[in-house]
Design a protein around this ligand. Structure first.
Ligand code: ATP
Ligand code: MG
Ligand code: FE
Length: 333
């Protein structure tokens, strides 16, 4: 089964051809990062316009790289939420047009489910049940993947997403956008124990996250230093911030795996490519006898291959959409 998958939920226009849910025949990503950098974040209207310009070229490249034509494609899949409504609509409109014009089945995919299933691409042995830490620009969750179509969310964030906190802190210390990779790099040159930032605990929940406290602590630290004229070591500052975030992410994930007695752990979303998170999670999983999986960085941030993987499990369940499919910006998992 070959699926052509389309992703346009944020600022990446992407298309991929995926065979039987695990084999990526092509994975084309046109990133708009340079376009949005000068604004310090994604501008929705610009994103939508750029998706319209790019999408046909990206799809054409995906078919070419996979060495297939539309005739070889069994279904058209698309991210229909969550995301920016104008951005999502470009992909959804394109997918509906192709499905109608080529008379192929249409599959709607949840973006976050795609992030989770990116883990299947490079880990043939990974099968449910597994625990997945989802850490992206807009989401921070721990999911128990009981089966391919059965997710239970056991933790969420009360305020900022992890990636959002990275991006905001990076902006305030002048590292620019997107902040995650920049902090990751700068933190390697800093001392993660230089500053003790608060590790947020949510009172009424064992697993939930909260990152606005540590984010504010970083901003306060900066303001205070500005007032007293004290010189800030940015590398130490972001290394300490990163440690505070990463430690909580790892602690809660391990706790869930132990409490639910699940041996396989996975990570998904852009922040899952953070090197400090990867190494601490690996260390703690080893200590606890858990097996850790995470995708290569290219499959952590937004891409269409992950959408093609998730779509396969909808395909085998005969879960198709008709041409009334619409973008759902706040789609629930
Ligand atoms: P969502 O998937 O929740 O809709 P999104 O699609 O914008 O949000 P992703 O593409 O999964 O998010 O990830 C982007 C986020 O990942 C950004 O916040 C970015 O700063 C962060 N990120 C990317 N690389 C790293 C890294 N090495 N360390 C930390 N954060 C990172
Ligand atoms: Mg992006
Ligand atoms: Fe994403």
């Amino acid at each position: 089964i070959k699926i052509l998958a389309i992703e346009s939920s944020c600022d990446e226009t992407a298309a991929a051809v995926v065979e039987d849910g695990r084999k990526v025949l092509s994975n084309i990503i046109s990133s708009q990062i340079d376009l949005h950098t000068i604004y310090g974040g994604v501008v929705p209207e610009i994103a939508s316009r750029k998706h319209i310009e790019n999408i046909n070229f990206v799809i054409k490249d995906a078919l070419k790289e996979a060495n297939v034509t539309f005739d070889d494609i069994d279904a058209i899949a698309v991210t229909y939420g969550p995301g920016l409504v104008g951005a999502l609509l470009v992909g959804v409109g394109e997918a509906k047009t192709l499905a109608y014009g080529l008379n192929k089945p249409l599959i709607g995919v949840h973006h976050i489910k795609g992030h989770v299933f990116a883990n299947l691409i490079e880990h043939e042995e990974l099968k449910p049940p597994f625990v997945c830490l989802i850490v992206s620009g807009g989401h921070t969750e721990i999911a128990i993947v009981k089966d391919y179509n059965d997710f239970e969310i056991v933790a969420t964030t009360r305020d900022d997403a992890a990636g959002e906190a990275f991006d905001k802190v990076a902006r305030s210390v002048g590292l620019g956008y997107p902040g995650g990779p920049k902090i990751d790099k700068a933190a390697k040159l800093g001392n993660p124990h230089a500053i003790e930032f608060p590790k947020a605990k949510v009172n009424d929940s064992k697993y939930d996250f909260s990152f606005s406290g540590v984010k504010s602590a970083v901003l306060n630290y900066q303001n205070k230093a500005n007032m007293t004229g004290e010189k800030i070591n940015v590398n130490d500052l972001v290394a300490s911030f990163q440690r505070a975030v990463v430690e909580v992410l790892v602690e809660h994930t391990i706790e869930v795996a132990k409490d639910y007695n699940i041996k396989n752990v996975a990570m998904a979303g852009g922040v899952a490519s953070n090197t400090a998170l990867r190494s601490l999670m690996e260390e703690k999983c080893n200590e606890e006898g858990l097996k850790l999986h995470f995708p290569s960085p290219i499959f952590c941030t937004d891409n269409a291959a992950m959408i093609g993987v998730a779509a396969y499990f909808e395909y085998i369940n005969n879960n198709f959409k008709d041409l009334t499919l619409n973008a759902v910006p706040n789609l629930e998992l």
